[in-house]
Design a protein around this ligand. Structure first.
Ligand code: ADP
Ligand code: MG
Length: 351
């Protein structure tokens, strides 16, 4: 059973870069926890510090009921999968998978039995005698996973393990990984810069920026109730519309029109406040007839998304994007009204 906690964890590199800047985290036993953030925000450093590959500059780290802050990586009972898989090119698949067991001094026969069994479980049977160079990218990725699974750790640490796969394979591997984690119930920290991956896989997501956590919540929470405009613009497959607005009575003035204050924000704002109005493209509707409490504009760009389209509307110089069903696609240049779902719009503090 392994809960992970960090207490005011700091990792500073020579030269003064604070890659991890005072983190307090509790990751529950058996949880699939994603660390999401842009490149350079400190995700890999945090993961390597949990693994013991980097020494913490300050703070404490526990895994299960043990304080592991000072323990070397081999004593932490964690298994890490790297972005580039880090397989040994001169070793067979079997030897790669069973390598951590060799380090743990497990006898050879038992090692090979575990490797064969794990390989079967990860759809690698028949490939056990090959070398990594004789495998596809997806198979190499599963060998790296198998190596982590075979060592039977209390914690999995995954650093963007799917990012070297092409788009289609990445989706398959994602589902595979989710099932594997659910079956094994091993506490998992999964690092990614891909918001879709984090939303799809995780029980909870921590969004990081410059070494600090911006928000922690379920995929639904961080999508529907982002804590700030950074989270709002980072999470979601189409970027949230974020525009300056002014509170006026029960409404906000935005893009030359007036829309109601969302219920969630009513108690927080007062007349005259400068705020940022946020609306996801999925929560806006296109009307060809005038509608009260909507934003008038003209459709300037229509991008096909398959069953839907992303429409960019010019509302007096402010560009607003909305996702419409394929049947409701406007003509290029058509005038219309952007109608928000008020309960799904958000107000953020002004800049
Ligand atoms: P991410 O994985 O989110 O892309 P990293 O953890 O790799 O981010 O990097 C976070 C910050 O720490 C970056 O500014 C990076 O340049 C810096 N950094 C990472 N590793 C080192 C290192 N070994 N020495 C100095 N700076 C580093
Ligand atoms: Mg990284």
């Amino acid at each position: 059973m392994a809960e992970i906690t960090t207490h005011q964890l700091v990792k500073e590199f020579p030269g003064g870069v604070r890659a991890v800047d005072g983190l307090d985290l509790t990751i529950a036993d058996g949880e699939f926890f994603a660390l999401l953030g842009p490149s350079g925000c400190g995700k890999t450093t945090l993961l390597r510090t949990i693994a013991g590959l980097e020494a913490a500059t300050k703070g404490r780290l526990t895994i299960g009921d043990r304080d592991v802050t000072e323990l070397p990586p081999g004593k932490r009972d964690v298994a890490m999968v790297f972005q580039d898989y880090a397989l040994f090119p001169h070793m067979s698949v079997a030897d790669n998978i069973s390598y951590p067991l060799k380090i743990q001094r497990v006898p050879k026969s038992s090692r090979h039995a575990t490797a064969a069994e794990t390989a079967d479980g990860l759809a690698l049977h028949g490939l056990i005698d090959r070398r990594p160079g004789q495998l596809s990218g997806g198979q190499q990725q599963r060998v790296a996973l198998a190596r982590a699974v075979a060592s039977n750790p209390t914690v999995f640490l995954f650093d963007e393990p799917l990012s070297n796969l092409d788009a289609r394979l990445r989706l398959e591997a994602r589902t595979f990984l989710k099932r594997l984690q659910r079956d094994l119930g091993v506490t998992t920290v999964f690092v990614t810069h891909d918001q879709a991956e984090a939303l799809a896989l995780a029980d909870r997501i921590a969004i990081m920026k410059e070494g600090r956590i911006q928000q922690i919540g379920s995929p639904r929470e961080v999508f529907a109730r982002p804590a700030n405009t950074f989270v709002a613009s980072f999470v979601g497959s189409t970027p949230m519309n974020l525009h300056t607005a002014t509170v006026s009575g029960e409404h906000v003035k935005v893009a030359g029109s007036s829309v109601p204050i969302p219920p969630s924000a009513r108690s927080r704002v007062s007349d005259g406040d400068e705020v940022i109005w946020g609306a996801r493209p999925e929560y806006l509707r296109w009307s060809t007839e005038p509608v009260e409490d909507s934003i008038e504009g003209s459709a300037t760009i229509v991008e096909n998304l398959g069953a839907a389209a992303l429409v960019t509307v010019d509302a007096g110089g402010t560009l607003i994007q909305l996702v419409v069903d394929e049947d409701d696609e406007p003509e290029m240049g058509a005038r219309g009204w952007v109608v928000p779902r008020i309960d799904r719009t958000l107000l953020f503090d002004g800049a």
